[in-house]
Design a protein around this ligand. Sequence first.
Ligand code: ZN
Length: 100
Amino acid sequence: MKKKQEKKLNRSRDYYRHHRERAIARKVHIYTNIMGNDLMEYRNGRDFPTFRGRFSKGKVHCSCKWCKYEKHYDLEKEKYKAKKNQMKKEIEEYVSEWHR
Ligand SMILES: [Zn+2]
């Protein structure tokens, strides 16, 4: 059996550095300015700076009403609304073909 060929992405180290840093910056912003932590950690009886690289993995959420607008006001997200409308249209088309 032939092995499925994987598509190779030729992306430079600079590309990955840029996007890693971008993701870290977003999470550090939430962690410090919104959750109100400072970037220091208490270990072995001493304060150490938190390694920023820690935020390259995992998730840091913000659930304020600006970030989770639809949830706060109990609205339907635009992408689901569009999908629903499309499905409705298809059903209507199918039914209209029946009644010819
Ligand atoms: Zn927020």
